[in-house]
Design a protein around this ligand. Sequence first.
Ligand SMILES: [Zn+2]
Length: 537
Amino acid sequence: MPDQRDEQLAYCALENLEVVREFEDAGYSGKFLERPDLDELRDLVATGGADLVVVSKRDRLARGLYAGYLKNEFKRHGVELMALDSRTEDTPYGALLENTLDNFSEFERFMIADRMRRGKRSKAKQGKLVACPQPDYGFRYDEARDGYEVDELRMALIRRIFRMVGVEGMTLNAVARRLEAEGIPAPRGGGTWNRPILRKFVLSDVYLRHSYEEVTKIVTSEVAATLDHSAHYGISWYGKQRHTHSREVRVKDGKKTYPRIKKSVDAPREEWIGVPVPDPGIPQEWVLAARKIIEKNEKVSNCGRRFWELTGGILRCAACGGAMATNFIKPRQIGYYRCGKRYRLGKHACSQGKNFRAEETETTGWEFVSGILKNPQRLRRGLDEMLDRERASASQGPGEEEEVWLKKLSEHEVQEERLLDLYLEGKLEVDRYGARVSQLKQARKTIEEELGRIGDRASHIEHLEQDRDALLNHYSRIATDRLDKLEPEERNRVYKMMNLTVLAHANDNLEVKWILGGDPCRDNATLLPDSCRTRGT
Ligand SMILES: [Zn+2]
């Protein structure tokens, strides 16, 4: 931010500090440590390139506990962190953080994960592979498991696939059928070859031959120095996606659970790290031709493309719980939803082989949802139930916690009084009295801050209440006829806001749950597509 930058530069000028480097990380949330500029800043600190790090806002560097974590990390390298917005509260806040951090096993796990992530990135930067359970088809790991060797037998199959697509112009479906007919096992076992697997092969740069000159543009000069000038290499990209793990609190049957949530987002291309792998031996023009052909195919199928409003995890297979995948039959111009797991992994993966007509399924789902939205009372009821659950989960744990801290606080008060008594009775010297009192004061401060933190949670509930009111206001103002004209994209957005789940049952029934934040609420219904009846339970 320009004004933040001005503030920082002004501070540096005032304190007579030399600016070594500026970091920005525009567009990245302080919620995550996985940020390119932050990574470089941490490297700079680790290599002794700076004495002081100046930020305008502590939470812009990193939110919450992470800020304390970074501060400690910098401290270990003898570097001070100066947050211009919290210069005064820095000491007690920091002390409090250090006290409470130990209690967070969650945090411990985060630290390990973060260290591993940084370790992996630096490994990839050194031109080494970061091993995952399965190597790319046609390669095997070397003994150190940080490089590839070509698996000639399997690579011959990859070579053949590129010839079929790139030279002979076969479609991916035709290739899949051919391989299945020949009984060639698929990469993950089983006999089912499908388009996504083949597509991944065609687009993967491990199979694209790069000359030494091309590779030098991708890797660092240190890595390039280890390569053979006359050889060719494939490229394995590290860090194409950024993963974040978190825990969510859910209340089920009055008990709290903490499911682990993994979210993956595509990382921008400039963050990828290329690792050279041995020459796959497939002519470059075959690979490029194959890519061109599947690109063209995709454009063709785009013509018949529709927006699938129940995608994004909304429509799920009732048999296996997995998300339903889509299938568009071009000649008949009809779209279907089908179990994605069964389609990807084969018949053994899920028992439900039923196809659901997209149009009917979507209409039924929307009639149910717009029914709720057109009835503000019903919407309010669902939102209120969600809030009740949230309140219950907040009052369970924190209530006890608050009690513990309040008890500690009163114990402290008793101790303080006892000390004073001893002092007044002349049984305690003034120095020892003073030392004990300041100890107690410090501890008391920690307790009071803890109590404050618990209070913050209550304000979270207040926010939720405001959200509910906003949602209610928004949708009760949308006129009924406008609701009926919402575009599929907009409907999809509404579904996601409501946390809608539709389970597709083999008997054609759709089971609908709309959840806002927690468990299914009373509005769950079973829909029969033929009659579009809704039945409250
Ligand atoms: Zn299924």
